[in-house]
Design a protein around this ligand. Sequence first.
Ligand code: HEC
Length: 256
Amino acid sequence: MRNQAASAGPHILPLRIYLGVAGALLVLTAITIFAAQADFGSWNLVVALLIAAVKSTLVALFFMHLKYDNRIYSVIFVGAILFLGIFITFTMFDTLNRGGINPLTKMPIKQYAAIYESNGSPIPVSERIYNVSGRIVSNDFFLLNGYGPIKQELTVDPINEKLAASGEKIFNKTCFRCHRLDERFTGPPLGGVTAFRSPAFIMNMILNPEENIRRHAGVQALQKQYYTIMTNQDLSIDEARAVLEYLRSANERAGK
Ligand code: HEC
């Protein structure tokens, strides 16, 4: 019957169905406007798509006569939508890995693929630092904490006076040649350095001065004011930590 009706000529619907569907579409449009202003959080997209799907289904069924046509058209139509959905879903998978914009090429880069310093030069793989959620930390990390073996923000406990005392010995033996606490010498005064440099920066500067002089904008600025450059004193990480403790206690004493 259906096939015959379809092939017998144009299928004419009673006017009240057209008016009914048009009315339903107008109501749904009002709902769309309402939904656009309400905030459903992460459901915003789902709600919007649901309303749109209902509207387009009405149009396809009645205005485009899909409901009264040969079934095969419905199958093709629904099949096409289904596959479109599948393809879009698969192409969306990689959005999870998309990151910022590569400043060199101005193209999107994968979040985990590369990291760029603010001056645009790529940071080599060996120097990439990952935070707990597996993301590469930005260049700000280096500005704050310097370059070197300390690749995490250091949180330091209340001052350990014993550690500070052993740090003082090391300081007097190695750093005192160039640094004083309260005055400019061959190098800058270090009595208040903990007030404006992070603990990790101070340790990285002690353990890896060459690279910080070469790459760290702050140290480079400092370098211009001094005639000598800081040389590596070959301290161990523990010794550097002790010196940091000494500088912290010196800073605290200066503050009192
Ligand atoms: C050969 C001299 C010399 C020695 C030894 C030396 N430094 Fe330096 N230090 C400098 C100079 C000069 C600078 C300024 C940056 C530059 O020009 O290299 C500096 C910079 C620093 C800075 C950065 C200061 C700031 O304001 O950011 C820290 C921290 C520091 N030194 C700690 C130490 C410690 C701790 C030791 C001992 C383990 C040490 N230095 C040994 C010469 C020296």
